[in-house]
Design a protein around this ligand. Sequence first.
Ligand SMILES: *Cc1c(COP(=O)(O)O)cnc(C)c1O
Length: 388
Amino acid sequence: MDDSSWGMETRLIHAGEPKPRIHGSAIVPVFQGNVYEVSDEMAYGDIPYPRLSNLPNHQVLHGKLAAISGAEAALVTSSGMSAISTVMLALLEKGNHVLAQSTLYGGTHGLAQKHLPSLGIETSLVDLDSPKEWKEALRPETTMFYVETLTNPLIHVGDLEAMVAFCRQHDLLAVIDNTFGSPVNFRPAEWGFDIEVHSASKYLNGHSDLIAGAIMGKRGLLEKVKHGLDYFGGSLDPHACFMLHRGLRTLSLRVKTQNENALHLATFLEQHSQVERVHYPGLKSSPSYERARKLLGGGGGVLSFELHGGRQAANQLLDHLDLFVNGPSLGGVESLVTRPAATSHAGMSPEERAKAGISDGLIRVAVGIECATDLIRDLERGLDALTD
Ligand SMILES: *Cc1c(COP(=O)(O)O)cnc(C)c1O
């Protein structure tokens, strides 16, 4: 009964749901078992088995995720990194070369730099705003271009349209990590991307209580990725599927509130005398503003800012906040703050961080769904208490 005219909110609730409902249940029950009766004519892939991602708990998510992203097919995996590594291992082979943006998520960076080379797969890191660099890095054996919707922690939108055009021109797979965007703010399939990956541990689940991943994309490619997933084993446990299904249904409500809250906070921070700079694509002062307006449904729930007082002031502020959890993740209903130089980007050398524009005083905020007025009051109290 899926209807392509449905809006995002209707798809989140109704797309992919089993018809008739299982035992009349309004929600899909958890199929916790790992043994099911089989018949003689079943192919290996049709045998119901959690690792083969084919129980009703997987199927409902596959249908729903494909519907909300506008993609032909979808898969869930045991983590975001499982989604990323499965896509790479299933779609790349020895001798292939990958272009990837230089500001990759740490785990992806490590996979591309430390593990794939030993399998004969090399990656060149390029500036996502410099088509000239892409051209220079391109090799006859380049088969994939891998990017992220919003860079972390400076929350920049790269030249995604030019990147897709470059992929079409040079016959490359266009792959994007859309974790920070979420399908509410960005739908890569509509802009020509072949594959989209997510850490569903973040916005898709949205409650900071699950590790999961998702892959959406073209059917033929997803079939290949599914074969890989069956063998690599990074399938999502049925109970975790149930949790993700429960969280996913409120995705739009959460992300829209997070877009609004983040814009309120960014606007407040930008005019505060202790703040040197705010990075948020929803601000007119952002170099990403025009691109974000064209490509994204909202600026997203993550922003970052720098204080005049640098690292010392940043730590002082983090200690003073009541409503923000001092933690490095994102996508949950509660607001988080972190100092990337000490957490997500601690693995980089100070020189590498400086080159990437990540100062020691940079604070990243992942906004939740609390009342924006309360969040701003908490920040204001902390900022006003800063001693110079
Ligand atoms: C968290 C994250 C990942 C990794 O996801 P896990 O679920 O922790 O494996 C990948 N990409 C981005 C952009 C992330 O934020």
